[in-house]
Design a protein around this ligand. Sequence first.
Ligand code: COA
Length: 265
Amino acid sequence: MGAAGLRRAPARPGDPSPDALVEVLLDGGAHVPARPWVDAPEVAGLRLSDARALPALALDGSQGGWPRTLARAGFAQVRTGAVTQEGADYLADIGFVAVRRLVVLDREIGPLRSVKAPGGERGSMRPSTGRGARILSEAATLDDTAFGPVWRMVERDIRDALDATPSARLRFHRGPDGALVAYCITGRGANQGFLQRLAVHPSAKRLGLGRSLVVDGLRWCRRGAAPVVYVNTTDDNDAALGLYHSLGFHQRDEYLHVMQAPLAP
Ligand SMILES: CC(C)(COP(=O)(O)OP(=O)(O)OC[C@H]1O[C@@H](n2cnc3c(N)ncnc32)[C@H](O)[C@@H]1OP(=O)(O)O)[C@@H](O)C(=O)NCCC(=O)NCCS
């Protein structure tokens, strides 16, 4: 399912503040942060790495626990990040529904044919530098233009994406007027790489910028000895699927799901 029907919702009085941070206790004692979804502050965004670790408490509020914690903080809904099919099945059993389905693709790092970057400045940054802070804000503006409301990433999400793997980097292209027109975040973990985010400005599409950034990310993964690189996208994203297939990615026989459930007041 795509983003149809999900729109940027105005904040209502009583919605949690955009910076609210609530912790949800998982089975096993770990805490998961929940934050207001950027364009729907009544929705708590839960960053679950293993959905099955979420205790199966009743979503009607009768048992209290994590649903009650989120409802008391002002949230009306809870939405996960991308979870595996197994996690999604578990969550469906406790009252969640899928609001987005993502295709997973992978590519073994073999030979990479040379791809020349089109004109314009090309740069990289580390998230901790002052220059980095400016890039994060520019990347967030570009991300909004490329992805639109609901699924865009704001600065804090971009920072989270950079922090999600042991090493990560952001690479970008500027247009002739100096404005950011494309950016990509690639992450490396143990034995695997991830294309975490890729956005090209609508005015700069089909110029080869997306391809050059993906190839650049693949090279970086290869230098870090990551033998395989993963990426996910929605199954209706023909441009992204065309790009990844053209670069040798293969669709895996699995999906990821973003799951959502209402919380009792
Ligand atoms: C997907 C996206 C990054 C592609 O960037 P781009 O710079 O326009 O892509 P490129 O010019 O490098 O295209 C490289 C190849 O990808 C494929 N491709 C790109 N756009 C395509 C489209 N609209 N339809 C089909 N294939 C497409 C083609 O094979 C293309 O090669 P060609 O131009 O020689 O035919 C860009 O459309 C975008 O930012 N979309 C919105 C955000 C998004 O979906 N990000 C990816 C999420 S995972």
